[in-house]
Design a protein around this ligand. Structure first.
Ligand SMILES: Cc1ncc(COP(=O)(O)O)c(C=O)c1O
Length: 395
């Protein structure tokens, strides 16, 4: 029975695959969060805030000291100037910032464009806003897009473009050339851009992260969303934030005020300490992730997957057609049950997952895991893959 417009978003593939992993005692490379914790100094600062009686509602838009620290970091990293008072807002995770941006700016009659595959909260927020969401394909295997495809989706109703770089699930980092082309269209056709930059620190040389807000003329039409979740390996704290010019900030703060109102006070104090960590922290983070990326990539190639080293994020998207040429949804379930390694079918990041699954032969593995977890996945692959494939073909 169709009980509400939310029905089609009912089952999240992430919980489904994690549950399946648990049932079959599979190594879970499906989940998109680290199996290790962030720095002790951040935890200590939050504990100190709790003990120091910082336990009541925070200011709705975030503890001012945190907003100041975020603005300083944005200036240091990208030479982007934002006023902590009316251009920086703390949200309960980037997910809430994305939601408030979409429902705060869009309504029925508007159109939103997103590159596809995309993070699964985008269509849900678009649905609630009443706007129509259109998509532009990032094409495998390099996840490039055709600027003509983007132009074809733009109409006078286009209000907002959603851009996620570094991109989940593909690991693509949009190039300067691509960003300049997108920016030109935004200026020519007068639409806003929401950039989801939660993986901004998980970027592997020689790739470089460039916020589209740094392109001349773009800062005034860009809502830049990011988060402490991935940068500080603290996904459970859900401290995200957005930078935007004052008139856009005003619009995105309204839904925040009437839903979440404010994010957890002591955790915001913890994140002030996070932003005081030295640049070494980011260097070590990338070094460690580079090692994990290399270990997972080597394993997947050895097992017969076709894949590229991702330029950013902590995901590798792997083509499984040389192993089993079946829909990615079936392959992900098979791999979890028979081999004992869980992953996510990439078709679940598409507007119509059922249609996408018919042709998609891509699954996403996460390397936000200790080397020991990646090695455990290797042991499962070596023990079970060959026999599993043999019995599949003989069934
Ligand atoms: C592209 C993208 N955006 C946003 C988020 C959510 O970030 P947060 O934990 O800050 O809500 C994720 C988390 O997986 C993500 O992959």
């Amino acid at each position: 029975m169709q009980t509400s417009r939310w029905q089609k978003f009912e089952t999240s593939i992430f919980s489904k695959m994690s549950q399946l992993a648990q049932t079959h005692q599979a190594v879970n490379l499906a989940q998109g969060f680290p199996d290790f914790d962030g720095p002790q100094a951040i935890k200590d600062a939050a504990i100190q805030a709790i003990r120091g009686d910082k336990n009541q509602y925070a200011p709705a838009y975030g503890v001012l000291e945190l907003r100041k620290a975020l603005a300083e970091r944005q200036k240091d990293s990208y030479s982007l100037d934002y006023n902590p008072q009316d251009e920086v807002t703390v949200f309960s995770g980037a997910t809430e910032a994305i939601f408030c941006t979409i429902v705060g700016l869009c309504q029925a009659g508007d159109e939103i464009i997103s590159f596809e595959p995309f993070y699964d909260s985008y269509p849900a927020a678009a649905m609630l806003s009443g706007a129509v969401m259109k998509t532009v394909a990032l094409k495998a295997p390099n996840w490039t897009f055709d600027i003509e495809d983007l132009k074809a989706q733009i109409t006078p109703k286009t209000k907002l473009l959603l851009l996620n770089t570094p991109n989940n699930p593909t690991g693509k980092v949009f190039s300067r050339k691509e960003l300049l082309a997108i920016a030109q269209l935004a200026k020519d056709h007068n639409f806003f851009v929401m950039t989801d930059e939660v993986y901004e620190e998980l970027i592997y040389s020689p790739a470089r992260h460039m916020p589209i807000a740094t392109v001349p003329g773009m800062k005034d039409r860009t809502i830049l969303v990011s988060s402490t979740s991935k940068t500080f390996s603290m996904t459970g704290w859900k401290i995200g934030y957005a930078f935007a010019p004052a008139f856009l900030t005003k619009a995105i703060r309204i839904p925040h005020q009437y839903t979440v109102f404010c994010s957890a006070t002591p955790l915001q104090y913890g994140m002030i300490a996070a932003l005081k960590l030295s640049y070494d922290y980011y260097h070590v983070l990338r070094e460690e992730y580079s090692e994990r990326r290399a270990a997972l990539f080597k394993l997947l190639v050895e097992m017969g997957f076709e894949c590229h080293l991702p330029e950013g994020t902590y995901f590798i998207v792997a083509n499984h057609k040389n192993l089993l040429d079946i829909p990615d949804t079936e392959f992900a379930v098979w791999l979890t049950k028979v081999v004992g390694v869980a992953c996510i079918p990439v078709s679940s990041f598409y507007a119509d997952p059922e249609v996408a699954a018919k042709t998609s032969r891509y699954v996403r593995f996460g390397f936000c895991k200790d080397i020991a977890t990646i090695e455990a996945a290797g042991a499962k692959f070596r023990a079970n893959l060959k026999n599993g494939l043999n019995s599949y073909h003989h069934e």
